[in-house]
Design a protein around this ligand. Structure first.
Ligand code: 2P0
Length: 328
């Protein structure tokens, strides 16, 4: 009745931006990501408690944060056929506060794997991916390691919208993602609200969906051949197109800061001089640099020279996995 799992966050190379179903968290388009190590979230779930209890990073969760966790636990109870009772969930991330990456993807992936195991359900990456998606869309890409494709799916009930692993982490061990923290402030518009606003008001939205869907198979081919330059170019144009779509919303959504553009400009200059470095950018001001093991130190130096307060160097990460040690 008790299980613990650890999962890593992921960074999208072809991004998810917009839902066709807000309740089930179904995307308008497929996306493709890389799981990041060593950052991780560990979660313990125990059924049979007197009341539901949700604790995240030492604090009792409230409001929508708690509701999202309870929703996942409720889906597990339903799948297990009832009789599990209330649950106690404790989750802890090892992200430095400065990591600048949302911990929700790793958190919900770890929750899904731990809750299914605690309920006595068999290990099943597809079922865990569907389950974690109910908490946060991008979480479905953190159930497995390496490069994962979240398929849009066609069914209205979302049973065919989950992530599949296209390549495991060991396929491309020299790949590096260097997170450059330029600004740690909480963003004004959260991803969930920003993507909804973009879907509803951006005249570019349909073009975004068409383009992103077409980029996923191209990215898979490039990763298959381990072509860093082609992957970097694809990741950059996909990030620009996501931001362009959001910028075209009404009123516009701009996640870029002056420092973001400064770093991107410097990165381009370094690339002209022969350094293999590209960027991707989520819904925030902090770029993630894409490079190889031979240039990760230089990429960190580049980020620091452009004002990064903190830098986190990441390698391709593995699957969400059960642990024998519990958090309580
Ligand atoms: C991604 N992002 O593909 C994109 C790129 C941000 C920019 O997934 O509403 O926390 O919980 O499904 O997954 C962030 O949004 O949103 C995100 P919900 P989520 O990684």
């Amino acid at each position: 009745m008790k299980a613990t799992a650890l999962a890593h966050p992921n960074i999208a190379l072809v991004k998810y931006w917009g839902k066709r179903d807000d309740a089930l968290i179904l995307p308008h388009q497929s996306s493709l990501s890389l799981t990041l190590s060593p950052l991780s979230v560990t979660t313990t779930v125990e059924f049979g408690a007197g009341a539901d209890h949700v604790e995240i990073n030492g604090h009792t969760a409230k409001g929508s944060e708690r509701e999202r966790v309870l929703r996942v636990l409720e889906a597990v109870r339903a799948e297990a056929g009832g009789g599990l009772g209330h649950a106690r969930m404790v989750s802890r991330g090892d992200f430095p506060a400065a990591a600048g990456l949302a911990s929700s993807a790793a958190g919900f992936a770890a929750l899904a794997v731990a809750a299914r195991a605690a309920a006595g359900l068999p290990a099943d990456p597809k079922a865990a991916s569907v389950l974690s998606r109910l908490g946060s869309g991008s979480a479905c890409r953190s159930v497995q390691g390496g490069f994962c494709e979240w398929r849009r799916g066609e069914r209205p009930d979302g049973t065919d919208s989950y992530a599949v692993q296209r390549f495991e982490a060991g396929h491309w061990p020299e790949l590096r993602m260097v997170v450059a923290i330029l600004n740690r402030d909480e963003k004004e518009v959260k991803s969930r609200d920003g993507m909804k606003h973009t879907v509803e008001t951006s005249p570019y939205y349909e073009a975004w969906v068409r383009d992103a869907e077409a980029e996923v198979p191209r990215a898979v081919e490039i990763i298959q051949r381990r072509e860093l330059e082609a992957l970097g170019e694809l990741a950059e144009r996909n990030a620009w197109r996501m931001h362009a779509t959001a910028l075209a919303a009404d009123p516009p959504l701009c996640y870029l800061h002056p420092g973001t553009l400064g770093l991107i400009e410097h990165l381009r200059e370094q690339r002209k001089k022969g350094m293999p470095v590209w960027f991707t950018l989520d819904a925030g001001p902090n770029p993630v640099l894409l490079t190889d093991a031979a240039h990760e130190v230089a990429a960190e130096a580049l980020a620091r020279a452009c004002g990064a307060q903190d830098v986190v160097r990441c390698v391709p990460g593995g699957d969400a996995a059960l642990k024998s040690e519990h958090l309580f």
